[in-house]
Each structure stands twice: as C-alpha cells, then as structure tokens.
Design a protein. Sequence first.
Length: 123
Amino acid sequence: MNAVILAISTDSIFSHKMFMEISPSGRKINFPMLSDRTHEVSKSYGVLDEAGGYAYRATFIIDPEGNIQAFSVNPQPVGRNIDEILRILAGLQYTEKTGMGAPSGWVPGNPGIPTGWEYVGKY
C-alpha cells in the first residue's frame, strides 16, 4: 500500500531476534523491528507506562510530511485489528486521491462522501 512499516517496542534487539526465530507469527514478519530500550520513542509518542516500563500497543499512521494522520492505543491485553489499520490507511489514500471522505464502514471499492462543513449530517 506504498507505506513503510516499523515495529518498535521496549524489548531488546535480542528479544526481537528470539521472537522472529522461535515464534511462528514472528517468522512471518518482513519489516524492521526496532528496540526502544531508552523509552525515548514511546515517551515522545505518549504511549509509555513509566511505572511498568513498557509501551502500550499503539499504531500511528504518519504521512510523508511527518504528520500523524491516525493513531490508536490498545490496552495491554487487547491486540490490534490489522484489517482496521489497513482500512484506515486505504481511506486516507482514497481521500488524498479523490478528495472524498471515507465514511464509517467504508471499505476500498465503496464510494466516498463529500467532505466539508456544508455536508455535516447529510451522510
């Protein structure tokens, strides 16, 4: 989808290496896994639980200019929904290409809706 994926966690690079070698799901990862042992990244994005020393499960979609376009933060026991992340990314790309909005429940292939204050409440 013309996007760069980075996995960043407070785990060590050695933990990442073991995960990618041992875990069946880890062996499927084909994008960089970065270690944030200093907690600098997780603090900067506001997702660090300082008392626990770990980062919440968070997803950030950042545009080429460095602006956060979307983000979600999940509690520790709840995993991410990759289908929703991909839908959001597709919706942002659709909006950039067409100028139309991607309404609730929108999926690629569906029509968009006009954006702007004059359309609020009409769709």
